[in-house]
Design a protein around this ligand. Structure first.
Ligand SMILES: [Zn+2]
Length: 85
């Protein structure tokens, strides 16, 4: 018989995620276009990260459909493990 016990976790630093298309349904990144002021949205339900590195900053390119401006934001995909009661 297995008994549930209290565990402790040490999370590592960065980790490469060996997934070609990593979607995050419901997660979006929004920014204001530096050129026209419209809202630009990157929706991870449709636009995936390819082989992301967890817990390290990475550049996300954004494109404004209204004025065709390109911009970028820095994002971090956080992955950690925690013990729950
Ligand atoms: Zn724009």
């Amino acid at each position: 018989m297995s008994q549930r016990v209290a565990g402790t976790v040490v999370n590592g630093a960065t980790a490469e995620i060996d997934v070609k298309r990593f979607y995050l349904p419901g997660t979006t990144v929004s920014a204001t276009c530096w050129q026209c002021g419209k809202q630009v949205v990157h929706d991870f339900s449709n636009d995936y990260l390819s082989y992301p590195t967890a817990n390290a900053p990475q550049t996300l390119g954004l494109y404004c459909r209204a004025c065709e401006a390109e911009m970028e934001v820095q994002i971090v995909l956080k992955v950690s493990i925690e013990v729950v009661p």
